[in-house]
Design a protein around this ligand. Structure first.
Ligand SMILES: Nc1ncnc2c1ncn2[C@@H]1O[C@H](COP(=O)(O)OP(=O)(O)O)[C@@H](O)[C@H]1O
Ligand SMILES: [Mg+2]
Length: 232
C-alpha cells in the first residue's frame, strides 16, 4: 500500500477544468518531484491532495484511508503538511513562537532542540520576528513549522523560488538529509535541476494532464520531455 495513492482526480476552479484524470502515487520514504511549466496545475494538485481544493471526481488515499472530500485540518491531522508557496510565516511572532504555535496541536511533535539541530540558522534567529527574516530563513521556518508536527508527508510548493543559489544549495542539503532519515516529500519546482537532485522519482504535468513519470536519470536523458514540457 502506497503512502499516497491518487486515482484519476478532476479538479476545477468554478467552471474551469484544471486537473484531468490525474493519477500519482508516493511510497514511504520517496521524494517525488512534480514538474511542469507555470500554470500546468502543480499547485492545484498539491491543493487537491491537501483538501484545499476538492476534486470533483477521483480518489485520494492517504495512509490507507480515503481523504478526498475531507477538510484540510482533517487531512493535516492524518499526517500531511503543505508548505505553500507564500510560506505564511506570522510576521508579528518570533521564529520560536511560530514553531511553538505549529507544534501546539500535534500529538507527536518534534522537540525544539531537534528542530534547531536540523536548522541551526533558525536557532540563531529564534528571537527574531518573522517579518525580519530573509527569504531563505523564512523558507526554513516554513519547512520547520511543517516538520515539527512530525508529518508522514510534506508537500513543498516551489521551496527554492526567489532564493539565492547558495541558500538553495543549503536547503537542498537539509531536505536531502531529512529524506535520508526517512521523511517523505512531494516537491513542486520550476528549478528542475535542484528538484531532480532531491527526487527519487518524478512526474511531469502539462495542462492538468500527467504526461510523464520516471526516475530523475531517465528524465534528464529524455531531451524531448525536458524540452517540450519543462523548457530546459
Ligand atoms: N484560484 C483560481 N481561480 C481560477 N483559476 C485558477 C486559480 N488558481 C489557479 N488557476 C488556474 O489554474 C491553472 C493551474 O494553476 P496552478 O495549479 O497554480 O499552476 P502551477 O502551480 O503549475 O503554476 C492555471 O491556468 C491558473 O490560471
Ligand atoms: Mg504553482
Amino acid at each position: 500500500m502506497s503512502l499516497l495513492d491518487v486515482e484519476g482526480i478532476n479538479s476545477f476552479y468554478g467552471d474551469s477544468h484544471i486537473l484531468f484524470d490525474l493519477s500519482m502515487r508516493v511510497e514511504r520514504n520517496e521524494v517525488v518531484a512534480l514538474l511542469g511549466r507555470n500554470g500546468a496545475g502543480k499547485t492545484t494538485t498539491l491543493n487537491s491532495l491537501m483538501g484545499v481544493v476538492r476534486p470533483r471526481s477521483g480518489t485520494v488515499s492517504f495512509n490507507g484511508e480515503p481523504v478526498h472530500g475531507r477538510q484540510p485540518f482533517e487531512i493535516a491531522r492524518r499526517g500531511m503538511q503543505l508548505v505553500p508557496e507564500e510560506r505564511r510565516i506570522i510576521g508579528a511572532l518570533t521564529v520560536h513562537e511560530n514553531l511553538k504555535l505549529a507544534a501546539l496541536s500535534a500529538p507527536d511533535a518534534w522537540s525544539f532542540e531537534r528542530i534547531y539541530e536540523t536548522f541551526p540558522r533558525l536557532a540563531e534567529r529564534r528571537r527574531s520576528g518573522g517579518k525580519d527574516l530573509s527569504g531563505g530563513e523564512q523558507q526554513m521556518l516554513a519547512i520547520a513549522r511543517a516538520l515539527i508536527r512530525n508529518p508522514k508527508l510534506i508537500l513543498l510548493d516551489e521551496p527554492f523560488e526567489g532564493l539565492a543559489p547558495l541558500i538553495v544549495r543549503d536547503l537542498v542539503r537539509i531536505c536531502g538529509e531529512l529524506a535520508a532519515a526517512g521523511q517523505t516529500f512531494v516537491v513542486v519546482e520550476q528549478n528542475v535541476v535542484a528538484a531532480l537532485r532531491l527526487a527519487t522519482r518524478c512526474y511531469v504535468i502539462n495542462n492538468g494532464h500527467n504526461v510523464y513519470e520516471g526516475t530523475p536519470d531517465e528524465l534528464r536523458q529524455n531531451k524531448d520531455v525536458m524540452n517540450r514540457y519543462l523548457g530546459v
